[in-house]
Design a protein around this ligand. Structure first.
Ligand SMILES: [Zn+2]
Length: 271
């Protein structure tokens, strides 16, 4: 028996499903002064916001010395007068609204509909928006490996062991394969992105943005998670995967922390 979970979640408790329409999912910016708490530093600081319509509980990213750290809005003021040069700004907001059907796959939930948990949405849960000056270049072919021959990977045993540990700790927060193109997010000392190609049991062009030479622990964790998730899909959801040529899996921990965070209202349907 398979269990499917349908869900719907909104950022604002006051906004009901009926009021929500396609056109207002990207809400207009409302200037505000916000207090942001950064759990990683145990600090709460004030920031100016003119890019988003922020509410308590929203997950945001800022510029200044806490750039890259995830913060949570704990207070919002709309009436204020400030000297702009005294304030750093909010530069990104995590998109934690979600709708659709998820299927249970052990440590992860899996979607076969591209709109439920697209990479960009989940990426915003973990990472600040890329600053426009940064440019990345990928050289070489990356690593190629067969999922049923992971034991043959040529890597330092310590790296393999750390990668296995990451996999067992469900640190592969997200993994998706869309028409052969794979992407994953691994929670390490910071979030890392792993790109790969997947076809008929073979993974090619495996690249991680930790910029290690050779295979890294994040890539090992992704290979193990991919093998596990595909095994479950093949056993229980093969028809859905064949139809869509797409799957995306999110760890239950990440899903509950972001899409079902405490400031949410919405519904969960079991079926
Ligand atoms: Zn890596």
């Amino acid at each position: 028996m398979t269990l499917k979970i349908g869900f719907h979640s909104d950022r604002y408790p006051e906004q009901t499903t009926l009021e929500k329409t396609e056109s207002n999912t990207q809400s207009k910016a409302v200037k505000s002064l916000v207090q942001v708490h950064f759990p990683s530093r145990n600090m709460t600081l004030s920031y100016y916001n003119d890019m988003f319509d922020l509410h308590r509980g929203d997950i945001v990213y800022v510029d200044g010395k806490l750039e890259g750290h995830r913060g949570r809005v704990v207070d919002v003021s709309y009436c204020f007068k400030i000297k702009l040069s005294d304030y750093k700004r909010v530069i990104g907001r995590a998109d934690t609204e979600a709708n659709g059907s998820l299927y249970m796959a052990d440590s992860h939930f899996v979607a076969f509909d591209r709109s439920v948990i697209p990479f960009e949405k989940v990426q915003s849960w973990f990472k600040a928006p890329n600053s426009s000056e940064e440019e990345y270049v990928i050289g070489g072919e990356g690593t190629a490996v067969f999922l049923d021959r992971l034991g043959e990977i040529d890597a330092n045993p310590q790296i393999i062991e750390r990668g296995e540990q990451y996999y067992f700790e469900d640190r592969v927060a997200y993994i998706s394969v869309c028409s052969g193109q794979g992407r994953a997010i691994v929670e390490g000392t910071q979030p890392y992105e792993v790109d790969f190609e997947y076809n008929n049991g073979e993974v090619k062009s495996l690249v991680c943005d930790c910029f290690c030479a050779g295979i890294c622990k994040h890539e090992i964790a992704v290979l193990l998670q991919l093998r596990e998730t595909l095994r479950i899909i093949e056993e229980s959801y093969n028809e859905l995967y064949t139809q869509s040529d797409y799957f995306a899996a999110v760890s239950k921990g990440a899903f509950f922390a972001f899409a079902m965070s405490p400031n949410k209202r919405g519904s969960v349907t079991l079926g």
